[in-house]
Design a protein around this ligand. Structure first.
Ligand SMILES: N[C@@H](CCC(=O)N[C@@H](CS)C(=O)NCC(=O)O)C(=O)O
Length: 212
C-alpha cells in the first residue's frame, strides 16, 4: 500500500495535490500526517523527506518527494486514468499549466496562502497578486470553453492539471475571488468533489481540535 506523508490539511497546499490524485484514482493509501509551524516540524519532516519538505510518497522501498514528481509517478502507475490527456497537444498544454503552477504564482502563494477554514473576503490585493488571479482565471475560463463538451474538468476528465490547481480553488473560496462564469462553475465543481469535501472536513477537524 502507498504511504503518503502530508502536512496539515488546512495549510498544506502541496500535500493536497497528490492526496487528491490518489483519491481520484480510488487507490487506498496510508496517510502520515505531520504538523507545520511547530518547533520540531523540520525534524519530523526530515525523518521522511530528504528535501525537508512534504509531501512524500512511499511505494515499498521507493521514496518520492515533491508533489509534481509524485503526481508524475501516479500517472505512470495508472495509465487507464489518463492523468495526462492522451492527445499530445492537450498533454503539452496540461504540462505547461501544471509547470506554471508548480514554479510560479508566487504573489498569490505569498499573499493569499491556503487556509481552508478562513473566510476573509475583504483582503486588499496588490498588483502582482491580482495579475496571478487574472492569469489563473483566464487559464480556467479558456480551457473550460474548449472542453465543455467533454466533462467538467479543465481537459474534460480529471487530470494532474486539476490536482495542481485544486488548492487555488480553496484559496479563491476563502478570499472570495470573483471569476467569470465558466471558471466559477469549474471552481464550484472542484470544490464539491467528495474528495475535496473530505479534505475540507479534515482541515476543519484539525482547526476545531477534534483531530490530532
Ligand atoms: N516543491 C515542493 C514544495 C513542498 C513544500 O513547500 N511543502 C511545505 C508544506 S506545504 C513544507 O514542507 N514546508 C515545511 C518547511 O519548509 O519546513 C513540492 O512541490 O512538493
Amino acid at each position: 500500500m502507498f504511504r503518503l506523508v502530508i502536512a496539515d490539511k488546512n495549510f498544506s497546499s502541496w500535500s493536497l495535490r497528490p492526496w487528491l490524485v490518489l483519491k481520484m484514482v480510488n487507490e487506498p493509501f496510508e496517510e502520515i500526517p505531520l504538523h507545520l509551524y511547530q518547533p520540531d516540524t523540520q525534524q519530523h519532516i526530515l525523518q521522511y523527506s530528504p528535501s525537508g519538505k512534504v509531501p512524500v510518497l512511499f511505494d515499498h522501498h521507493l521514496r518520492i518527494w515533491d508533489s509534481l514528481a509524485i503526481c508524475e509517478y501516479l500517472a505512470e502507475c495508472y495509465p487507464a486514468a489518463q492523468l495526462w490527456p492522451r492527445e499530445p497537444a492537450k498533454r503539452a498544454t496540461a504540462r505547461a499549466i501544471t509547470a506554471e503552477m508548480h514554479s510560479g504564482f508566487n504573489a498569490l502563494r505569498q499573499n493569499l496562502p491556503m487556509n481552508v477554514v478562513l473566510q476573509q473576503h475583504d483582503t486588499v490585493r496588490d498588483e502582482a497578486t491580482q495579475a496571478d488571479i487574472e492569469r489563473i482565471s483566464a487559464i480556467w475560463q479558456t480551457l473550460r470553453q474548449e472542453h465543455q463538451g467533454n466533462g467538467p474538468f479543465l481537459f474534460g476528465h480529471f487530470t494532474l492539471a486539476d490536482a495542481m490547481y485544486a488548492p487555488v480553488v480553496l484559496r479563491f473560496a476563502s478570499y472570495g475571488i470573483n471569476l467569470p462564469p465558466l471558471a466559477q462553475a469549474y471552481a464550484e465543481h472542484m470544490h464539491a468533489l467528495p474528495a475535496m469535501q473530505e479534505w475540507i472536513a479534515g482541515a476543519q477537524a484539525e482547526q476545531d481540535g477534534t483531530q490530532d
